[in-house]
Design a protein around this ligand. Structure first.
Ligand SMILES: Nc1nc2c(ncn2[C@@H]2O[C@H](COP(=O)(O)OP(=O)(O)O)[C@@H](O)[C@H]2O)c(=O)[nH]1
Ligand SMILES: [Mg+2]
Length: 214
């Protein structure tokens, strides 16, 4: 990994876990992807990696029930199971809840969580809950609206404003993306790189030498 860029060409599958307790401790920066089933998580990861079939894309929602780890150039990309698929049984929903809950309770390198929301619809109750959870627990996260190619440019910006109000995140902090056209993918890469590369210190953190003497 160079100082400023992740070489996504190096992307490869690492491992799949159905049980959070089996996930080994973080060994590098991690970017995880959350969102409802079918929102476009796998597609956006493939677009980042520029590899069509690396992350399985399903036309049938609700297929990813595992936590899947990919690696590119010393950064882990984590495909988390999707939520909110209506046809799911109560037991499957409960399994999702404990899997995601346990994952975010792990002591890991949560450099960035990418929270995906379909640009065409109002955020669901579960989208709002997910974003509130990330925000309340102070995870570094970015909201990326998916499938922007389905709307005109004008509608995209109107939807971003509407969604911004509903989730309580300023519109300027919400990315507009499309895995079909590549719109917003470079912006997403820039956010990922800002959170994963460099010396690992937050830009607004007080460096040890700047701290007042005790
Ligand atoms: N038009 C359009 N379709 C998309 C886009 N991203 C994903 N899809 C489609 O949405 C469906 C679900 O995508 P997938 O990546 O598997 O969603 P996941 O369940 O969140 O991983 C598939 O049929 C994709 O082809 C996009 O940016 N534009
Ligand atoms: Mg998927």
């Amino acid at each position: 990994m160079s100082e400023n860029h992740i070489n996504y060409q190096l992307a490869h599958f690492v491992a799949s876990y159905g049980n959070v307790a089996k996930i080994p401790p973080s060994t590098c920066p991690e970017v995880s992807f959350v969102g409802r089933s079918n929102v476009g998580k796998s597609s956006i990861m493939n677009k980042l990696f520029n590899r069509k079939g690396l992350v399985k894309v399903s036309s049938k929602p609700g297929k990813t029930a595992n936590v899947n780890f990919f690696e590119a150039d010393g950064v882990h990309f984590v495909d988390l199971p999707g939520y909110g698929y209506a046809q799911r049984s109560k037991a499957e929903r409960a399994r999702w809840g404990s899997l995601i809950g346990e994952f975010f309770e792990l002591d890991r390198s949560f450099n960035l969580v990418v929270s995906l929301v379909d640009i065409r619809h109002d955020p669901s109750k579960l989208d709002i809950q997910m974003i509130d959870y990330l925000s309340d627990h102070e995870f570094p996260f970015v909201v990326a609206l998916t499938k922007a190619d389905k709307l005109s440019r004008g509608k995209q910006h109107l939807q971003r404003m509407a969604i911004s109000r509903q989730i309580g995140i300023s519109a300027g902090d919400i990315l507009i993306t499309s895995s079909s056209t590549g719109q917003g993918i470079d912006d997403l890469k820039a956010v990922i790189e800002a959170h994963c590369l460099g010396d690992g210190e937050e830009t607004d953190a007080v460096a040890p030498e700047d701290q007042p003497e005790a």
